[in-house]
Design a protein around this ligand. Structure first.
Ligand code: ARG
Ligand code: ZN
Length: 872
């Protein structure tokens, strides 16, 4: 029962104003709705009114005050149809719902006793009968009635306009949101919450009250999110000219949440993991994550809320653009090259894998069964890469004019990706028709490049050939418009050479455009033999193959003017060395470390590089997952063994250098999540990781001392991970126990405690997962816990891919259980099993068998869609 983009029809009926009254009760909440409805001018008089509604018990229904008899409408599990309605009317309904039994966490549900909502994409239909689609936009007036003791705080979108007490200990608050919005942006929160409050004056002088609502015990974890919010508000004014448009902006932290956060108008709801931080409980990475998610949700106020999506196929219209915006924000306020390295490194590991698997889909899919399955890395991160390419094609200034035009022209409307790209084409005069293929074609394009230096004529000939592999449903692919940012680095001078193409001087760093299947670019006046530096700053989301020698890579590692490509040269060099070692491991030959890698690391460690954050990234080896991405058939054990061998060889050869770096980067300063401190800690901790790979007495002593010093969670967690992942139970067990007891009361820290132990390489992990699933701090109903324990286990490559198949079986058991409780999380959890084609025959069989076993169950549409694709 898929939905197709090509079937889109504008709504026959618009709701222009929506009034809701919630009488809260855990098992029997009453929702009264009063909708002002109008038939669209172009719709037939006879068009029935069809409303969405699921898990609702209907108690009353009336049109223009006249109660409807049962014969006047039809109900199914998913719809309410009224065959005959006037051209304009008021529809009143009353339904009953049960928030406490809502384990799917969509619609209105309870988390830790408090009421909250998640309506994107199609959760509102679990609240009341409504045209639940983003192109129906209404103003909302919402009254929330609750128990004055249990729910002293009653929140909804917009501004509070009325409140009062009622009989039998009840009270109410009424909220009004003047901005028309689709129902997926509706939100309600009620509970015993406390707030921190701050203020922001917008560029036009409007005073906005900022509130962050949390449970009492989390009041000391709100500073960073509030500071991040204010930075994001300023940044969006300065960078995009976007100003906030209500007098109040609220963020609420909830423990049970399927995703990171939600941009509901004026009332953002956050997974507590994406908003709460304290130096003692959150790592640097968590601080940075909070900063970017707070910004992301805030930026949605324009890219998503003021201008929204016509339908859910256009999801990347708001998500790709907003991710691009939050990436730029984080780059501006932290280390830009490191932000890019981290984003790309994640992207090339996880999105490339998605693009190569059975669930591959375009940035704008053309059909789906369950939209919640499409909140993917392709829609979000590849969508952001596509917007970034637009920025690079147009240049920032034209891109900004395009963005201004988009917000102005489409303010208050629900629009499409063509509308967005159309603005960019209009302001720049650039033909973006071929570029549009990025939105419709799935799969990661690969570029095979080769180059030749012609000494006699001082020319460099660069040939680029592109191909995009077939993906499910898309056997044939067309050439894309791929911007390749590049330079030619002179091997004598070590400098970028001036690029001259067809007589035109392009400067030392330029973008060339690959639009055909194959093109040769002839650079003239190239005075010395160069090494090409291609795809600088990852200028397009593609795989680029160039036959670099290890000497070339070592050269780029030290000479490339592009920080991103310097890092990438190091990664490529390490990958070549790892390839040899993986082969050696398979063939049972003695492993020998490539001395060029050792020397490259020595240079890095001893040259005083000013950007410590970049240095830490350069010292980080490609992850097992990324190495696996490069292999035709993944050999998990060989990859693990080879990578460990490289770590240990480097640590042995460069022990003194690592100790020096460790000691130089300790600090006694009070913790602050500043770029400088974060860089120092990363560098210190990466050094400690190498040292702990050899587990000599001095390294162990340093690690134990760092754990015991208890300075901040970044250092403590890093030390704990190294102790727990070491081969010595006498180090692992006491540290784990002490940490678990100290933090038993803090769910977010316990999540980390779960993850650390199920990520260790030792073979006891499977039993540990089973044991920990019985731990009092674990709950299968809490998505963070499932991710921290079961999700993390499935990322533990050597243990999840055990040859006895018990890792796969465990995951399938949890998927089957969650399929009933929370289909969205269940469907996401299957992902590692869907990658079966990448493994050896024995593992393929085992993984498929578990998928088949899941398929035998009565499945939610979410899990069904994923399993079906995975087995196709
Ligand atoms: N729009 C939200 C965000 O990206 C995510 C909503 C997720 N919804 C869902 N059903 N998974 O900020
Ligand atoms: Zn988003």
């Amino acid at each position: 029962q898929p939905v197709y983009l090509s079937d889109y029809q504008p709504p026959a009926y618009q709701v222009t104003h929506t009034e809701l009254t919630f009488d809260l009760d855990p098992t029997a909440t009453r929702v009264k709705a009063r909708l002002t409805v109008e038939r669209h001018a172009s719709a037939e008089q006879t068009t029935p009114l069809v409303l969405n509604g699921e898990h609702l018990t209907l108690h009353a229904l009336a049109i223009n005050g006249q109660a409807l008899a049962e014969a006047d409408y039809q109900l199914t599990d998913e719809t309410l149809t009224i065959p005959s309605v006037p051209a304009a009317f008021t529809l009143e309904s009353e339904v009953e719902i049960s928030p406490s039994s809502n384990t799917a966490l969509e619609g209105l549900y309870q988390s830790n006793g408090m009421y909250c909502t998640q309506c994107e994409a199609e959760g509102f239909r679990r609240i009341t009968y409504y045209p639940d689609r983003p192109d129906v936009m209404a103003t909302f007036k919402v009254t929330v009635i609750g128990d004055a003791q249990r729910e002293p705080v009653l929140l909804a979108n917009g501004n509070p306009v009325d409140q009062g007490t009622l009989e039998s200990g009840r009270h109410f608050v009424t909220w009004e949101d003047p901005h028309p919005k689709p129902c997926y942006l509706f939100a309600l929160v009620a509970g015993d919450l406390t707030k921190v409050e701050d203020h922001f004056t917008t560029m036009s002088g409007r005073n906005v009250t900022l509130q962050l609502w949390v449970e009492q015990e989390n009041l000391d974890k709100t500073d960073h999110a509030m500071a991040s919010l204010k930075r994001a508000m300023t940044w969006d004014e300065e960078t995009y000219g976007r100003e906030y448009d209500l007098d109040l902006f609220m963020i609420v932290a909830v423990n049970d949440f399927n995703m990171g956060a939600m941009e509901n108008k004026g009332l953002n709801i956050f997974n507590s993991a994406a908003v709460l931080t304290h130096p003692n409980t959150a790592t640097d990475a968590a601080f940075q994550n909070v900063e970017s998610i707070v910004a992301h949700e805030y930026f949605h106020n324009w890219s998503g809320n003021r201008v929204t999506c016509r339908d859910w196929f256009q999801l990347s219209l708001k998500e790709g653009f907003t991710v691009f915006r939050d990436q730029c924000f984080s780059a501006d306020i932290n280390s830009a090259p490191v932000k890019r390295i981290q984003d790309v490194s994640f992207f090339r590991t996880a999105q490339f894998a998605e693009d190569a698997g059975p669930t591959a889909h375009p940035v704008r899919p053309d059909h789906y069964i369950e939209i919640t399955n499409f909140y993917t890395l392709t829609i979000y991160e590849k969508g952001a890469e596509v917007v970034r390419m637009l920025r690079n094609l147009l240049g920032w200034e034209a891109f900004r004019r395009g963005s201004d035009l988009y917000f102005e022209r489409f303010d208050g409307q629900a629009v499409t990706i063509e509308d967005f790209v159309g603005c960019m084409a209009e302001v720049s005069g650039i033909d973006l028709s071929q570029f549009m293929r990025w939105y419709s074609q799935a799969g990661t394009p690969e570029i095979d490049a080769h180059g030749e230096y012609d000494y006699a004529n001082a020319e460099y000939h660069l040939t680029l050939r592109q191909r995009t592999p077939a993906t499910p449903g898309q056997p044939d692919k067309q050439p894309l418009h791929i911007p390749v940012r590049m330079g030619l680095v002179g091997t004598k001078s070590g400098q970028d050479l001036t690029l001259t193409l067809e007589g035109e001087k392009l400067g030392k760093d330029a973008v060339i455009h690959l639009t055909d299947d194959e093109q040769t670019f002839i650079f003239t006046d190239v005075a010395e033999a160069p090494v090409p530096s291609l795809l600088r700053d990852f200028s397009a989301p593609v795989k680029l193959h160039f036959p670099y020698s290890r000497e070339d890579l070592a050269f780029l590692l030290t000479h490339d003017s592009d920080g991103f490509n310097r890092w990438d040269a190091g990664q490529r060099l390490a990958l070549l060395a790892l390839d040899d070692l993986i082969a050696a491991h398979r063939n049972g030959v003695e492993k020998v470390m490539d001395s060029r890698v050792v020397e490259a690391f020595r240079t890095l460690l001893t040259s005083s590089m000013d950007d410590k954050a970049v240095l830490a990234e350069m010292l980080t080896l490609p992850s097992e997952a990324y190495i696996a991405e490069q292999q035709p058939i993944v050999d998990v054990d060989a990859i693990h063994a080879a990578r460990e061998f490289v770590r240990q060889s480097l640590a042995q050869a460069l022990r003194d250098e690592f100790i020096a770096v460790y000691k130089e980067n300790g600090t006694d300063e009070a913790y602050a999540p500043t770029p400088e401190q974060i860089a120092q800690r990363s560098l210190k901790n990466i050094a400690l990781s190498y040292l702990m790979s050899i587990e000599d007495d001095e390294s162990v002593a340093l690690c134990e001392a760092q754990f015991a010093a208890d300075h901040n969670m970044t250092d403590v967690r890093h030390a704990l991970t190294l102790l727990v992942h070491s081969d010595r139970d006498d180090l692992a067990n006491p540290a784990l126990k002490a940490f678990g007891e100290k933090w038993a009361h803090d769910p977010l820290v316990m999540d980390q405690w779960f993850t650390i132990q199920v990520s260790r390489p030792q073979p006891d992990v499977l039993e540990r997962v089973k044991y920990l699933m019985q731990h009092p701090a674990f709950s299968i109903k809490n998505p963070n816990k499932v991710r921290a324990l079961v999700g993390a286990f499935a990322q533990n490559r050597v243990n999840f891919h055990r040859l006895d198949g018990k890792g796969y079986a465990l995951l399938a058991d949890v998927v089957i259980e969650l399929n009933r409780l929370n289909p969205e999380i269940a469907a996401r959890l299957i992902t590692p099993l869907t990658r079966w084609q990448r493994f050896d025959e024995a593992r393929q069989q085992l993984m498929r068998a578990e998928l088949e076993r899941i398929k035998q169950e009565p499945l939610s549409s979410n899990v069904f869609e994923v399993v079906e694709k995975a087995l196709a």
